[in-house]
Write a protein of this length. Sequence first.
Length: 110
Amino acid sequence: MKRPMSRDELNLLIKTASEKDEDWIEDGKKRAARLDQIISSGVKMDILRMLKTLVDHKNSTETHKKLYACDERFFAAAGNMVAEELAYVLDIPKDKAINFVLGEMMGMAI
């Protein structure tokens, strides 16, 4: 069984993931393939970067339209992949963990 990360490791992950955004892929099929690749890899930094990119994209649209279904599915699947460990490290409810971490990342964005 893998050891959960420490609070210091999480802070470093948030800082590092905030330093570079995942590029938005306009083509929905290519974006879906990239999202699947990120989920399959299980790399937390890539998952957090893409979650932040999805939120940034949603917030940047003029009317704040909903994301496409494939983007919403990724957001849910990826969020579930990392939420439990983040909640454990932060000692907060699982349903609050992703929003907390994304809020931290957005606050660090330059």
